[in-house]
Structures are given as C-alpha cells and as structure tokens.
Write a protein that binds this ligand. Sequence first.
Ligand code: DC
Length: 223
Amino acid sequence: MSFNIAIDGPAGAGKSTIAKRAAKELSFIYVDTGAMYRAITLGLMRAGTRIEDAQELARALEEIEVTIDYQDGVQQVYLNGENVSGQIRTEEVSARTSAAAAKPQVRAKLTDLQRELARRENVLMDGRDIGTAILPDAQLKIYLTASVQTRAERRYKELCERGEDCSLEEIAKEIEERDYRDMHREIAPLKQAEDAVLVDSSGMTVEEVTARIVNLARERMQM
Ligand code: DC
C-alpha cells in the first residue's frame, strides 16, 4: 500500500518549497495540485469562458485536459498536451485560479486524477483540501501556515528579486483576499483537518520546517 502525505495551507506559507524538499528527502513523488487548478484556469482564460455561467463552464471543461509528468524529478503540467508549467505562475492566473477553484465542476475534474496518483505511488501532495477531502486516509497530514505579514514579506522578496514592481501593503491585501476566498468557499474550503499536525512556519527556516515534516513522516512510517 502506498504511503501518502497531505500538506494543506494558505497561499505563501511555503508549501511547495517545503513539499519539494521533503519529498526529495523521503524519495516520494511530489504532487503540486495548485498547478493543476492553475492549468485548468489558464485553459478557461484562453477560451474566454465566463465561469459564472454554469453551462458555458461545463462546455469549456469538456475541451480541457490536464495531465502531469516529471522531468528530472520536477512536476510538469500540461494543458491539452502543451507544457504550461511556466505560464501558470502569473499574478493574473493566481487571482483567477482562486475563483475557478471554487467551482464544483472544476474540482470534480481533478479529484479522480489526484486520488489515482496517490493510490499508485508514495506521494506528498500539497493543496488546500488534500487532508480534508482528497486523501482523508493519508497517513500523515500537515497544515502548514504562517502569519499574513510573514507570507507577504516572503512574496515581496521574491518579486523584488525578479525585478518586478511591488508594494508590500498590496501583496498583504491580496494574500488576505485569497485566504478569505479559499477559506469561505462552499466546496472543499481550506481548513485544517482534525487529525492534521499544525506547523506554523513564521520565524522558521526552510530547513527547519522540512526537517520537522521529514521526521514526522519517518516516525509514522515506522509505526
Ligand atoms: O497553491 P497555489 O497557489 O498554486 O494554488 C492556486 C489556487 O488554487 C489557490 O487559490 C487555491 C486553489 N487550490 C485549491 O483550491 N485546491 C487545491 N488542492 C490546490 C489549489
């Protein structure tokens, strides 16, 4: 039987950085579910779909196929066969994905794919509803969070390093808005599973958080 680790938490808590490292140390496959939602959203954006119109959304989703594979251990995401891993990381896609991910039809499209991956392999899967909805039987669940201020500062640093214009205040506001939407949507809202271990990464280094998760996983694997 495969061993599954679910990591959920809000945007900017460091999930993907930590998850990637922890998966590597444990020789698990890292599954970034946010990338799958982003790829669907990019498909909807390209088609000019008005996601508020349920019928139009259903029709557009029929034309969208999202798949993943791994190149040198790094997850790649494909939209109808095209590798869109680079194109899904813009601020516009981030904002629109949060809205699209609130639609039940969009979520339904990814549920089976995610469960199937976890059934076959030892995965470390990160997202918002992995421990609560997708893999309720995961052997280890982590809820990884950090204060809004910490998350905004990290994002600010990232953008500055890339030479992009940014304001710390605006980033903090966007993070708060995204948290609110992700936590208050009707379907699969972001929340800590009852049996998840809470890890607050504010004031912790990437190495410290990774070590904590790897140690928890090793403990559970011996049980
Ligand atoms: O983790 P991320 O920033 O790449 O996620 C992008 C958006 O997708 C985010 O607004 C929440 C949504 N998402 C989701 O609803 N469920 C998941 N399992 C993963 C992401």
